[in-house]
Design a protein around this ligand. Structure first.
Ligand SMILES: Cc1cc2nc3c(=O)[nH]c(=O)nc-3n(C[C@H](O)[C@H](O)[C@H](O)COP(=O)(O)O)c2cc1C
Length: 359
C-alpha cells in the first residue's frame, strides 16, 4: 500500500530493561482472546515485538487453578512473552512473580487498568490507581525477580483523578521497566476517543523508561498519530488485532520501508482461522476447543464479511465434522460484500456499553 504518513517518530528501538524487543508493536492483552493460539498466529504473520497473556489472577496461579495455569501456557514460537498478573496483595503478587520467573517468562506485567467491577471491587485493576500502597506493591514485585516488570494502566480513575503521570514517575523510581498506558480513565470505560494528550503527559513524566501508547489503534495511520502526538516509544494494539491480525506486520513494514502490504484476503483469513483453531485443539482438545473458539470465529467471519446466518452456524457446531462443514460452506459462498481476493473493508470491534459497573 502507498502511504505518506509521517514516520519521523517511528524509527527507534525498544527495550524493557535488558530485554530487547524486535519491534515496537505489541499485542495488548484482551481477556478471552489473547490466548496462545491467537498469539501464535499474530506472531507468524510477523511484526509482533511482544505479546502479553490475558490478565491472570496472582492468587489463582499460586493455588494451581487450572484456568490460570492454562492462561500462562506458551511454546517456543511464542517469544518473547509477558504474563499479566492482577491482585492487590503485595506478597501474593511477589510470589506469583517468582513462580513465573521460575517458569521462564520474559517479562511480568502488572494490571492496573482493568475497569471491570469484579476486579476493582477487590481493590485490584484500575482501583490500584487510587491507592498510595500501589507503589510499594510494584517495588515488592520488582525486587522479587530478575526480570523486567512493567505496569499497564489507564489515565486514572476519572477525569478528576488523572494519577497516571505521577504513578508512572514513581513506578520508574522503584524499578519498573516500562509503562503501558491506555488513554482513557476507568470511568470512561471504552467510550469517547483515546486521549493522546493524556498519554503524552505520561511520556513526559518519566525520565528514561519506555512508555507504550495504547487505545484505538486500528491501522498504520492511527499508530503514526499515536507515536507522533504522544512521543511514546511503542504502540500496543488490542481490538485492532482482532479485526486485522496483519496489523503488526504492516506497522513493521511501514517503519522499515514506508510502505506496507494489504491485510489478508478472504481466503487468507479463512486459512488463518483454521490454523488458529488447530492450535487451540492441540492445546485444549476438540470439545473445549470448539466451545472456546466460538467468539474468535465470530470475529474472523465478521472480518471476512460472511453473512450473519453462516456466522451463526459456528456458534452451534458440536463436532469437528460440523466445524469442517461450516468452513466448507463459508469457502463456497465467499464474502457477502467486497471481493474474495482483494482488501475487505475494516470491521469495527465493539466493546461493552453503558456504565462499567454493569459490564
Ligand atoms: C475484550 C477485552 C478484554 C480485555 N482484557 C484486558 C486484560 O486482560 N488486561 C488488560 O490490561 N487490558 C485488557 N483490555 C484492554 C486492552 O488491552 C486495551 O487496553 C484496550 O482495549 C484499548 O486498546 P485497543 O483500542 O487497541 O483495543 C481488554 C479489552 C477488551 C476489549
Amino acid at each position: 500500500m502507498e502511504q505518506t504518513i509521517d514516520r519521523s517518530a517511528a524509527i527507534r528501538s525498544l527495550t524493557y530493561g535488558s530485554l530487547r524487543l524486535e519491534t515496537r508493536y505489541l499485542l495488548s492483552p484482551l481477556a478471552g482472546f489473547t490466548n496462545l493460539p491467537f498469539r501464535r498466529v499474530c506472531r507468524e504473520l510477523g511484526g509482533v515485538g511482544l505479546a502479553t497473556t490475558d490478565l491472570v489472577s496472582a492468587r489463582g496461579l499460586l493455588e494451581g487453578s487450572r484456568k490460570s495455569l492454562q492462561l500462562i501456557e506458551t511454546c517456543p514460537q511464542d517469544r518473547p512473552f509477558a504474563v499479566q498478573i492482577f491482585g492487590r496483595e503485595p506478597n501474593v503478587m511477589r510470589d506469583a512473580a517468582r513462580f513465573l520467573a521460575e517458569r521462564g517468562v520474559d517479562s511480568i506485567d502488572i494490571n492496573m487498568g482493568c475497569p471491570v467491577d469484579r476486579i476493582t471491587k477487590g481493590g485490584a485493576g484500575s482501583a490500584m490507581m487510587c491507592s498510595r500502597d500501589t507503589v510499594s506493591l510494584v517495588r515488592t514485585v520488582v525486587e522479587a525477580v530478575d526480570l523486567p516488570v512493567t505496569v499497564k494502566m489507564r489515565l486514572g480513575w476519572d477525569a478528576k483523578q488523572l494519577t497516571a503521570p505521577r504513578f508512572a514517575r514513581e513506578f520508574e523510581q522503584v524499578g519498573a521497566a516500562a509503562i503501558a498506558i491506555h488513554g482513557r480513565t476507568r470511568e470512561q470505560g471504552f467510550s469517547g476517543q483515546v486521549d493522546l494528550d493524556g498519554i503524552r503527559a505520561v511520556v513526559e513524566a518519566v525520565e528514561h523508561i519506555p512508555v507504550i501508547g495504547n487505545g484505538d489503534v486500528r491501522n498504520v495511520e492511527d499508530a503514526a498519530r499515536m507515536l507522533n502526538v504522544t512521543g511514546c516509544d511503542g504502540v500496543s494494539v488490542g481490538r485492532g488485532a482482532l479485526a486485522n491480525p496483519w496489523i503488526f506486520r504492516q506497522l513493521e513494514q511501514w517503519e522499515r520501508t514506508g510502505r506496507y502490504d494489504p491485510p489478508g484476503t478472504f481466503d487468507d483469513r479463512l486459512e488463518l482461522m483454521q490454523r488458529q483453531f488447530k492450535y487451540l485443539r492441540d492445546q485444549v482438545g476438540a470439545d473445549r476447543g470448539l466451545r472456546m473458539f466460538r467468539k474468535m470465529a465470530h470475529w474472523y467471519l465478521k472480518g471476512m464479511r460472511v453473512r450473519a446466518a453462516r456466522r451463526h452456524r459456528f456458534q452451534l457446531v458440536k463436532s469437528l465434522d460440523e466445524f469442517e462443514e461450516a468452513v466448507a460452506e463459508v469457502r463456497r459462498e465467499g464474502p457477502a460484500s467486497g471481493c474474495r481476493d482483494g482488501v475487505l473493508e475494516d470491521v469495527h470491534v465493539p466493546v461493552p456499553k453503558g456504565p462499567v459497573e454493569r459490564w
